[in-house]
Design a protein around this ligand. Structure first.
Ligand SMILES: NC(=O)C1=CN([C@@H]2O[C@H](COP(=O)(O)OP(=O)(O)OC[C@H]3O[C@@H](n4cnc5c(N)ncnc54)[C@H](OP(=O)(O)O)[C@@H]3O)[C@@H](O)[C@H]2O)[C@@H](O)CC1
Ligand SMILES: Nc1ncnc2c1ncn2[C@@H]1O[C@H](COP(=O)(O)OP(=O)(O)O)[C@@H](O)[C@H]1O
Ligand SMILES: [K+]
Length: 507
């Protein structure tokens, strides 16, 4: 698992590091890493390093200091470096001195011969003639979007941008982008990933992210948030062993669908059928539809007749009426782990008494989208989706999977996993039903709920990606991709599982 640390955690680690290693040494290590990545980018893009031009956008703090020192290192490799100072009087003095000693120059952003936007002629020229721009406007201490002068300079950049620590204008803690912000091709960060690199829009603005150790990593506490990679999901994905049979690999019950919405039942059940080798039982009014699409499913008309299961997935398409409420009560009382989605979240939100049916010893997973989250929590998740998911998970003593481009999964004990879909192909009707079936099947195998949700979310978004790019058939993979429906996503689930399992093979 890859860790993600909050700005406060990183600052704490930085202070511990400074007790051993002087701050200027740490800053130069950071800057050296930035310079190395910039040299690589220049070389990839222009075929060389010496003789190329780099502009530094330098803000008022240490982030600007990093950029200035990186400029000094690049200058020593023959790069022409101009620093554009956004707040000249607050520029990092040692960094500026270092750049000048190395032969670089510095100009104020709002200097002489300013144009109508207030940008000085030299600053304008530096940005427009650069082969690469380094964003040292603001880092961990950022608040809010880019201020007007910085925003105007960034708007003029037509070449790749390397961001120092994080793309300026993105909120470090939440990844929120509420106005002008840098969109970096590459971000060089220090010690470990921060939330802005992996959450929502911030992840898009960060581009490729490289973590430079610089001595901080050893000082970091347990991460606030974790990310799963494909190999980890593949390694742990449950497959049958020689001693297994259809029961030992987990029997999941799916309580979904209705006469009006049989599709929800077919999608959730199909996902469970394909996720694991175990048995799938379906209970509900769509039994005929389910049987005809998935003959391997043992289907009955009601949850009471379903037989024994090791976990339940409940909710999609069950409706908000009396029968849906009865079904939900039945599975909550069963003592089995439950994944409650869609209508069951709405029922739990508007009828407090439903909670009384819950067996407090059985894990409960809730999988709301933003609207269902607002119903459940009384307000929407807001910008800090990690904090919101964590708070509601603790409040209900449940595992909370908050859907979206970045899916946030919080355990009641505060652990958080995130899955970044990287693209938005899963945003299609019925796609959540597929996710519910995947989670249910994984819970039935006995996988810990936080991980079950993480593995399911990972395979779900990968399946959407593979389907959208046509990577599941015999034809060539399309670079651009095309929209898909939930049926295509569902059909791609085995391809996604194979892909993560292949990623786990020793290389
Ligand atoms: N931690 C580590 O491991 C290491 C950290 N290092 C580096 O230090 C960086 C943190 O530096 P830092 O704390 O000096 O502040 P930084 O982010 O440069 O901001 C400076 C000032 O900018 C302002 N400002 C705020 N918002 C703004 C906006 N939207 N647009 C424009 N300006 C804005 C605000 O001042 P204000 O104008 O509000 O008074 C703020 O105080 C970190 O990201 C990394 O690069 C490495 O050197 C070594 C290892
Ligand atoms: N913009 C997006 N990018 C990536 N994934 C998304 C996006 N929007 C939604 N999703 C994913 O698609 C699924 C939608 O689930 P849900 O809203 O329950 O749909 P439905 O009820 O139609 O099945 C979730 O897994 C969610 O994380
Ligand atoms: K930055």
């Amino acid at each position: 698992m890859q860790g993600v640390w909050t700005p406060d955690q990183v600052r704490g680690a930085e202070q511990r590091l400074f007790a051993r290693t002087p701050e200027p040494v740490v800053m130069r290590r950071a800057a050296y890493a930035v310079a190395g990545q910039c040299a690589r980018a220049l070389s990839d893009q222009t075929g060389g390093v010496a003789g190329r031009r780099v502009a530094l956008l330098v803000g008022a703090g240490n982030n600007g200091g990093d950029a200035l020192w990186a400029g000094a290192f690049l200058r020593r490799r023959g790069v022409g470096v101009t620093a554009v100072l956004l707040v000249p009087e607050k520029t990092h003095a040692a960094g500026l001195e270092g750049l000048r000693r190395a032969g670089g120059r510095a100009v104020p952003a709002e200097g002489a011969n300013a144009d109508t936007s207030g940008i000085g002629a030299e600053a304008s020229d530096a940005v427009e003639r650069a082969d690469l721009v380094i964003d040292g406007i603001v880092g961990l201490s950022a608040r809010g979007p880019l201020r007007p002068t910085a925003a105007e300079l960034v708007r003029r950049v037509l070449v790749p941008i390397v961001a120092v620590d994080l793309p300026s204008g993105v909120d470090p803690m939440t990844g929120a982008v509420e106005g002008p912000a840098v969109t970096a091709d590459l971000t060089v960060t220090f010690g470990g990933l921060k939330p802005c690199h992996v959450l929502g829009t911030g992840a898009v603005h960060s581009g490729e992210v490289t973590v430079a150790g610089i001595g901080i990593t050893e000082e970091l506490p347990a991460p606030e948030v974790s990310l799963l990679d494909a190999a980890e999901v593949g390694e742990e994905w449950p497959i049958p062993g020689p001693a297994d049979d259809k029961y030992s690999t987990g029997v999941v019950g799916i309580a979904a669908g209705s006469a009006t919405y049989p599709g929800a039942a077919v999608l959730a059940t199909g996902a469970a059928v394909q996720a694991t080798a175990g048995m799938v039982r379906y209970a509900g009014p769509a039994a005929d539809d389910v049987r005809s699409r998935w003959p391997e499913v043992v289907a009955t008309g009601s949850v009471g007749d379903a037989g024994r299961v090791q976990a339940w997935a409940v909710g999609p398409g069950i409706g908000l009426g009396a029968s849906g409420r009865e079904v939900l009560r039945f599975v909550l009382e069963s003592g089995r782990p439950v994944c409650a989605d869609a209508d069951s979240i709405t029922i739990l939100s508007d009828d407090e008494t439903t909670w009384d049916s819950r067996d407090p010893d059985a894990p409960l997973v809730l999988t709301p989208h933003a609207g269902e989250f607002a119903r459940l929590a009384g307000e929407g998740p807001g910008m800090d989706r990690v904090a919101a998911a964590r708070e509601v998970a603790a409040r209900y003593d449940a595992f909370l999977l908050l859907k979206g481009n970045t899916t946030v999964i919080a355990a009641p004990d505060g652990r958080v996993l995130v899955n970044d879909a990287r693209q938005a192909w899963p945003a299609t009707a019925g796609s959540g039903d597929v996710l519910t079936g995947l989670i249910g099947a994984l819970l039935a195998t006995g996988i810990e709920p936080l991980r079950a949700c993480g593995y399911a979310a990972h395979v779900h978004s990968l399946a959407a990606e593979l389907a959208a790019h046509g990577a599941t058939g015999d034809g060539p993979r399309s670079e651009a991709g095309a929209p898909i429906g939930a049926s295509a996503l569902l059909a791609a689930v085995p391809h996604a599982i194979r892909a993560v399992r292949d990623a786990a093979l020793p290389s």
